[in-house]
Design a protein around this ligand. Structure first.
Ligand SMILES: [Zn+2]
Length: 262
């Protein structure tokens, strides 16, 4: 006889589909409301994220959570940054192009490359950077797969390059995959070391840019860690090659058995 407490698979399916609409926006069985800050954190840096349309439905997308963590975080869904999408970016563009009286704000866009200024060089403690301008920063980030992010950055360049400087987190292209900081924060396979989820990248940047950066970084990383640990519970780890060969053999055997039963 079936135990009445045990949920049926239909119940389980329904639970999985229910969304925490008032809170984190995730399915309720992987709700992260407990780890989110009670009110979004106010930062001196304004963060603008270009969010690729494909990422909107991705269950491992970190941007929706990031916007719940940070007050000054603007998300633009699209494949290209251009004039007319964001009042903030438009004002930066206008100031740079028309020499207007709008207040000066330093803008940075995050993307690795040989022309990019390493993030460590724009540290608050670095005497070459005017401490006043550190309070007026705008950080622009591209959110998508590696390939999409590159396309988005290149498509946005004609607009961006008039007012923003390219910066990168320190990375090592020679070491394959992973982040140089914490291997347990990897959500998807990245092309080389130092590439990381948008949420982690923003956290690492704010550590350098914000007066209480270490605290902000650790609050964001805490949320990300909780998300990764849910992922570890719900998704099976990637199997090494030799195992996948074995499992293919096992599957084929199972198929044969099923066929003989039918
Ligand atoms: Zn929730």
């Amino acid at each position: 006889m079936d135990s009445p407490e045990k949920p049926t698979s239909a119940d389980e399916k329904q639970t999985r589909r229910r969304i925490c609409t008032a809170g984190c926006g995730r399915p309720i069985n992987v709700c992260l409301c407990n780890t989110l800050p009670s009110t979004p954190i106010r930062t001196t840096t304004d963060i603008v994220i270009l969010h690729h349309p494909h990422e909107r439905r991705h269950k491992l997308a970190t941007v929706p959570l990031l916007s719940k963590c940070l007050l000054n975080c603007e998300i633009i869904v699209g494949r290209k940054l251009k004039y007319g999408q964001s009042k903030l970016l438009d004002s930066l563009h206008d100031r740079a192009c028309e020499n207007s009286n709008l207040p000066f704000r330093r803008a940075l866009y995050l993307f690795p490359g040989s022309n990019a200024l390493p993030f460590t060089e724009i540290s608050r403690d670095n005497s070459s950077v005017d401490p006043v301008s550190m309070n007026e920063l705008v950080l622009i980030v591209f959110d998508g797969t590696w390939k999409h992010a590159k396309e988005m950055m290149l498509a946005s360049l004609s607009f961006l390059s008039s007012f923003a400087v390219q910066v990168c987190l320190d990375f090592d292209a020679k070491v394959d995959g992973g982040t140089i900081f914490d291997s347990d924060l990897i959500l998807r396979k990245e092309p080389f070391a130092g590439c990381m989820s948008t949420m982690e990248a923003v956290a690492r940047c704010l550590r350098v840019l914000e007066p209480n950066g270490i605290e902000i970084e650790s609050r964001i990383i805490e949320v990300l860690r909780a998300m990764v640990s849910f992922q570890a519970c719900f998704l099976k780890p990637m199997k090494p090659r030799q195992n996948s060969i074995k499992s293919t053999i096992a599957k084929n055997k199972k198929k044969e058995n099923t066929a003989s039963l039918g």
